[in-house]
Design a protein around this ligand. Structure first.
Ligand code: GLY
Ligand code: MN
Ligand code: MN
Length: 436
């Protein structure tokens, strides 16, 4: 992403923070997997949003109006020996020249330098509570200034959660962000197609999962979240991630997998028959979910509120379940009683961006948020009928269907970023027949 994009974001945030105040954000800590092995490092999304800087052990400081530079980046020093073992570092020169910092200091000097930056500021904007160790260090720096207050040092007197300002910015995607999200969508679509092409009875869930790793990595992308590859009964487990069971003839396979590009996520679910042909019962359920998704997507447009797509999906699903006699009674009353929750227990979507469940308020006060151009959300209705569901004929058992696409709110309506991947019964069957 162009460095100017990050600069623009920092300027916007600094305007909101105002002169006389300071913002401080820490990079994500590294996490131990076992003994001396770490999990793959992923930068904190807020930190990434403002800096584009991918290294751990870094601290970003914004001081609007500071004469000697408003953007200070603390990061690791260049160190030939450490870099031989653990990889390259930008160092102070890289922080300034590549990442646009006005000034950069070694992270090892932060205890000496940060109190000086805090001194005389009024409000400190930070991600309060996100990294408790960092909160504590911040208090330590403030206490250092307190100890000097008798010599006239001014101690900041207000700590403000930066989330509200920053997360509202992150909710509206720029052109550069949308372009990264479109790229993530394209790669994820290609991976889902590989899975549909390869799938057949006798394979295992992990063999299908491997297709995603292959397609993502060959495009320099990575999983945005743990992939769900659930055959048969596993399709009814919402967060199934073991992905280690055989795929059987006559069963459905639900795959929820998406990659991230430059930190930006895609999030796609498709459900298709392991053998390429839906049974009549699977087809009925899949068609209801597809219709529900279509009705929900139609509600994604400026001026509608966050819950409109969900309400539309709930109506189609409830009506469909009544027609199939899986629910009995009056549709409006069943919706009011939330009877559908037995088979559709999650919501129809979430914001999407640097985090798969992205930041941004869903309600403003006690009102659902109005949709505005630049917001990106998922639309992902589903129906799940586990085996032995009471009073449910066995032909419906183990049918779990979710269809999930990524949708950008535009000026005139919406754009489905993940269109182009078969999603309706006929499209899936045709694809699985022709492409295999
Ligand atoms: N993949 C997580 C979700 O669909 O929300
Ligand atoms: Mn999702
Ligand atoms: Mn998903």
């Amino acid at each position: 992403m162009n460095p100017n994009e990050f600069k623009r974001r920092r300027k916007q945030l600094m305007r909101m923070i105002g002169k006389g105040n300071i913002a401080i954000l820490a990079a994500a800590p590294q996490c131990i997997r076992n003994r001396d092995v770490e999990y793959p490092y992923r930068q904190d999304s807020d930190f990434l949003y403002l800096s584009g800087f991918l290294e751990p052990e870094s601290v970003l400081v914004l001081v609007p109006g500071r004469d000697h530079g408003e953007y200070i980046l603390f990061c690791r020093e260049n160190d030939p020996e450490q870099e031989t073992w653990h990889g390259r570092r930008a160092g102070q020169q890289g922080a300034v020249e590549t990442y646009g910092a006005d000034d950069s200091f070694p992270i090892s000097d932060i205890d000496d330098i940060l109190p000086g930056l805090l001194e005389g500021r009024q409000k400190v904007f930070t991600a309060i509570g996100r990294y408790p160790d960092f909160d504590q260090r911040l208090m330590g720096w403030v206490n250092r200034i307190k100890r000097q207050s008798r010599s006239g040092a001014h101690v900041p007197y207000e700590f403000v959660a930066i989330d509200h300002l920053l997360h509202d910015m992150r909710l509206y995607k720029s052109r550069a962000e949308i372009s990264a999200m479109k790229k993530a969508a394209r790669i994820s679509i290609a991976a889902h197609k590989r899975a549909m092409r390869l799938c057949r009875p006798g394979l295992h869930e992990y063999e299908i999962e491997a297709e995603f790793a292959h397609e993502f990595r060959r495009n320099n992308a990575e999983h945005a979240y743990s992939p769900i590859v659930g055959g048969g009964a596993n399709a009814c487990i919402l967060h199934y991630t073991e992905n280690n069971q055989p795929l059987n003839d006559g069963e459905l396979l639900l795959i929820d997998a998406g990659c991230e590009v430059e930190g930006y996520a895609s999030d796609i679910t498709r459900t298709f028959p392991v053998n390429g042909r839906f049974t009549p019962a699977q087809r009925d359920i899949h068609e209801i979910v597809w219709q529900a998704q279509k009705a929900a997507i139609r509600k994604v447009k400026p001026g509608n509120h966050w819950n409109d797509p969900h309400n539309a999906a709930v109506r189609v699903i409830t009506k469909g379940l009544v027609e199939l006699k899986l629910l009995k009674g009056n549709v409006t009353r069943l919706i009011k009683e939330e009877a559908y929750k037995r088979f559709y227990m999650h919501r129809t979507g979430h914001w999407l961006g640097l985090d798969v469940h992205d930041v941004g308020e869903y309600k403003v006060g006690d009102q659902w948020r109005l949709l505005e151009p630049g917001m990106v959300m998922t639309v992902e209705p589903g129906i799940y009928i586990p085996a032995h569901s009471k009073g449910v004929h066995r032909k419906w058992w183990n049918i779990g269907v979710r269809i999930e696409d990524d949708v950008l709110v535009t000026r005139t309506g919406c754009e489905v970023l993940t269109a182009g991947l078969p999603s309706r019964v006929e499209e899936i069957e045709a694809f699985m027949t022709e492409e295999r």
